[in-house]
Design a protein around this ligand. Structure first.
Ligand code: R5P
Length: 268
């Protein structure tokens, strides 16, 4: 690996622990201002010290992230569809690698839609992006998108998506957690991180999801709503860090979360 690529990967995945906590804040690129991301700058500010990287699109990076902060950015460079449009899988490259370099992104991210009409176009977009990003020593993170189709959150399907993404050159792959998740990791030669999905009712379910994913081989999370829509976003990201980086159990992580909630209550 070239020095630049090695250095960027080390800024994303801790060489000390081999793990990573990415904070996903890119939902607006097709969903608009979802709850708690109306003002990304405000939401992200207390969370930045605990995120190994943040994932955003360029408009939010320019308008809502302080350029003086040095938290690595995974720049979403795909899009072109919205919740209001006819097809959420019709996604293409929206931001050039030159722009990613100008913004000093640490990695670029793009979604692939395997098993849809747009499988071919999103996979060839991934290959094109990898070709260009590799020239600058910039890693590409591929997001395996499953939308609302729950049946696709199965090991067989996700293992296919993750392996194909890695075969086409992604340096990191983002998947959903599923039963037999170890099959997904076993078939994927690059690090896998998991998305959190929609906000869950119970905090302990989020911690359990994180624990199960890391125990079964994920290097960590690229999580959004279950952190920033949490009642205690700082407590949640700290609890997730404890599991991912320190090998905490769900119970220990729940104590980290409870302690943070306690601090907020005592200040009130
Ligand atoms: C899609 O909206 C984005 O790629 C999100 O970053 C991704 O789904 C992870 O966020 P969450 O944990 O909220 O699912």
């Amino acid at each position: 690996m070239d020095w630049g690529m090695k250095n960027r990967m080390a800024r994303l995945i801790s060489p000390q622990t081999g793990h990573a906590v990415f904070l996903a804040l890119d939902h607006g690129y097709f969903q608009g201002p979802i709850r708690k991301l109306e003002d990304v700058g405000k939401t992200v500010q207390p969370l930045l010290p605990y995120a190994d990287a943040v994932m955003v699109a360029r408009g939010i990076m320019r308008n809502s992230l302080d350029a003086a902060r040095t938290t690595p950015v995974i720049l979403r460079v795909s899009g072109g569809m919205t919740l209001a449009g006819p097809d959420l899988t019709r996604e293409g490259i929206t931001t050039s690698v030159k722009e990613a370099v100008r913004l000093n992104a640490t990695a670029v991210a793009l979604s692939i839609h395997v098993g849809t009409e747009n499988e071919h176009s999103t996979l060839t977009a991934l290959s094109k992006l990898v070709d260009e990003a590799e020239e600058y020593g910039m890693p590409t993170l591929a997001v395996t998108s499953v939308g609302r189709e729950l049946e696709k959150r199965e090991a067989r399907y996700l293992a296919l998506c993750c392996r194909v993404a890695a075969e086409l050159g992604a340096r990191i792959v983002k998947s959903y957690y599923c039963e037999e998740f170890e099959r997904v990791v076993r078939g994927c030669p690059v690090p896998v991180v998991i998305a959190g999905g929609p906000k869950m009712e119970s905090d302990s379910d989020v911690l359990q999801l994180t624990y199960d994913a890391v125990s079964r081989g994920a290097v960590g999370v690229d999580m959004g709503r279950n952190i920033f829509q949490s009642e205690s976003p700082v407590g949640m990201i700290r609890a997730i860090r404890a599991i991912v980086h320190e090998g905490a159990t769900v119970k220990q992580a729940a104590e980290v979360l409870a302690a943070e909630k306690g601090k907020v209550l005592s200040k009130a």
